[in-house]
Design a protein around this ligand. Sequence first.
Ligand code: DAT
Ligand code: MG
Length: 137
Amino acid sequence: MTERTLVLVKPDGVERGLTGQILARVEAKGYKIVELKLVQATREILEQHYEEHQGKPFFEPLVEFMGSGPVVAAVVEGNRVIEGFRSLAGSTEPTTAPPGTIRGDLGRDWGEKVQKNLVHGSDSPESAAREIGIWFA
Ligand code: DAT
Ligand code: MG
């Protein structure tokens, strides 16, 4: 079934000049970018976006990191794209994310409190709808 997901290229990805490579992988897989923008996220947006992580020890460093520079926000469309993009992205921790994935090929541990793992992808249809509403209000 055709779905939409929210993809973010996080500040580390934008800063390292990896936006093109990351979006190219999304397109090469056959998904369609239907919305795209470069945005400096406000604290309000980030608190909403990471609502589920409020109270966790990495929440504050995460919000700080995500506001440390511009991010690229995209809405990506395709059959089973929510699951498909998470598979392309690889697991959360870039050190051990499988080679072949965005995080596995392009990311690593930088010795910081937060995982600088290049990308975000919504994890369910409910999250996708909620997150697209936050970033593309
Ligand atoms: P994902 O981005 O794979 O969906 P998540 O939703 O569990 O992972 O966490 C959101 C982000 O928070 C993640 O991309 C990086 C950061 N993060 C998660 N767990 C962490 C941890 N244990 N220590 C530091 N940062 C963490
Ligand atoms: Mg998540």
